[in-house]
Design a binder for this molecule. Structure first.
Ligand code: SF4
Length: 502
């Protein structure tokens, strides 16, 4: 049977009666005026012990962790005698080139990608932080936030310490440097002093230390590549270099790697496990595994639970890209309503320096997200998203779908309402800026211009995530931004400090 090429009969869309977009310009990365009010990733760390290509492995590992921080990055390598390092502002592929990589010689390395809050985005804060102290060289890379860092910093400054950065990480470096003990004991003392959510990589000329906070708030995982050990914030970074996952670092654990191999120790007893639930909901890549659960599968289960808790009949389901696509597929599978690509994200808007004129804004320049008119026109749409922060983003996306012809837009959020700030490394607004802080679900629904709105219950979230700690308190998760149950003390010493302290 022969096939005949048919001439395309695509009607031109000459419709002139479509409303012009009069909302905001879709953009991101423009600092405090960022109109996409999603939460910001914190940081990502990557460590190698015992591989002659440690720097190259770190490059690929950090590239896989790029979604956790786009502001700056760095790699520091130890060759047994000295450190070779490079840090810069920008993406991994922008900061490192062949010539720089050629200088990073050594078989132990730590690397970092960083997201910084506005005004704090400067090279001095780029990690790994590198110091010279009495016993030689010290490099530190961390992910998270130290709640009592301002207090300790004040004490250290009163005792004569001079800080070069505004990063929490430097507090730990000073605590280690001032100690008269060897680096392992000094690190234990320092880690016992600090309160918060953190994963640390600490490197000297001949040692690599890896630590997780007593609640395991921030993820860090260990893998193996031949005879080398690899450490990463997410398993996707192990996968990309062909390393095999061994296990997650446990709360309060301190691993010591040196010429004697790997020693499993701890700096404190573990406290109740409280891994950040937002890692599952939004931050981590869908191909990563956390605590025994794959992220894509967990998010699909969140969508499926959402359908069981708050079913609404519709013609199609769509997910807000990228993090809500897995959950939308789960909702569609559970209900039999087809999943459709109703929203498209432009992946190349990361940093945009050109601001549009008012005229272009009014013409509807939508740089970051578009609704697919041919898909959503005339349809009743279930729109799945992972969270609502201030509500402005949700309203814009609902309006995008309506403008493209959706007849109904039902919003389903695969997390409970956000009501409390994070003090463990996620950059959140103040309590009163969360839309759910003082509004009912009906009021939020109205504000975001949806036909209906539902949030996943905490029980539904815990059940969907499952994993190794499913039977622990809160399923072994931190849910503080939803339920106000902070796993640590919040003794700020008079200076409340949220967000990311890296
Ligand atoms: S408060 Fe929220 S964002 Fe912060 S660690 Fe806990 S779950 Fe994660």
């Amino acid at each position: 049977m022969s096939h005949e090429l048919k001439s395309a009969q695509v009607p031109l869309d000459n419709s002139t009666d479509l409303p012009l977009w009069t909302g905001d310009f879709y953009n991101e990365g423009t600092g405090s005026s960022d109109i996409f009010d999603t939460l910001k990733e914190e940081c990502g760390v990557f460590g190698v012990f015992g591989h002659s290509e440690a720097a190259s492995l770190s490059y690929y590992g950090l590239h896989a962790l790029q979604h956790r921080g786009e502001e700056s990055c760095g790699i520091c390598v130890a060759d047994g005698k000295e450190f070779n390092y490079h840090r810069g502002m920008g993406l991994v592929k922008e900061v490192f080139d062949k010539d720089i990589m050629a200088t990073l010689v050594g078989d132990v390395s730590i690397g970092h990608v960083r997201y910084a809050t506005s005004g704090d985005s400067r090279l001095a804060n780029a990690q790994p932080l590198v110091f010279k102290y009495r016993d030689g060289n010290l490099a530190i890379a961390t992910n998270g936030n130290i709640v009592n860092a301002p207090q300790i910093r004040r004490e250290l400054e009163e005792g004569g310490s001079i800080f070069q950065t505004t990063s929490d990480t430097e507090v730990v470096a000073h605590l280690i440097a001032r100690s008269s003990k060897d680096v392992v004991e000094a690190a234990k003392d320092a880690l016992q002093r600090i309160v918060g959510g953190f994963a640390f990589l600490i490197m000297t000329n001949d040692k690599l230390l890896v630590a997780s906070d007593p609640h395991g708030l921030r993820p860090i995982t260990m893998g193996r590549l031949g005879n080398s050990y690899i450490f990463a914030s997410e398993t996707c970074a192990l996968e990309v270099i062909g390393a095999e996952l061994i296990r997650d670092i446990q709360p309060g654990e301190l691993l010591i790697l040196d010429e004697d191999g790997l020693k499993e120790d701890r700096f404190t007893e573990p406290q109740r496990k409280a891994l950040c639930a937002m890692e599952y909901i939004y931050f981590a890549r869908p191909d990563s595994d956390l605590n025994g659960s794959n992220l894509h599968a967990s998010r699909k289960r969140m969508g499926s639970r959402m359908a069981l808790e708050a079913f609404v009949d519709a013609d199609m389901v769509t997910g807000v890209p990228d993090s809500s696509i897995s959950a939308a597929i789960g909702y569609a599978e559970q209900t039999g309503i087809p999943y459709e690509l109703g929203l498209i994200k432009n992946k190349y808007t990361g940093r945009t320096f050109i601001q549009p004129s008012q005229e272009l804004r009014e013409q509807g320049v939508k740089m970051k997200l578009s609704a697919v008119r041919r898909v959503v026109e005339g349809q009743r749409v279930v729109m799945i998203d992972d969270s609502i922060v201030r509500g402005t983003t949700s309203r814009r996306i609902v309006n995008l779908l309506r403008e493209a012809g959706a007849t109904e837009v039902h919003v389903r959020i695969t997390s409970p309402p956000f009501k409390n700030p994070c003090f463990y490394g996620i950059d959140t607004p103040n309590r009163e800026d969360f839309i759910a802080h003082n509004k009912t679900i009906d009021e939020i629904c109205q504000e975001i211009n949806a036909d209906s709105l539902a949030f996943l219950s905490p029980e539904g979230l815990i059940g969907a995530i499952g994993g190794d700690n499913a039977n622990d308190h809160n399923g072994g998760l931190c849910l503080a931004c939803f339920n106000n149950e902070y796993p640590t003390t919040l003794d700020f010493g008079g200076e409340e400090k949220g967000g990311c302290g890296c």
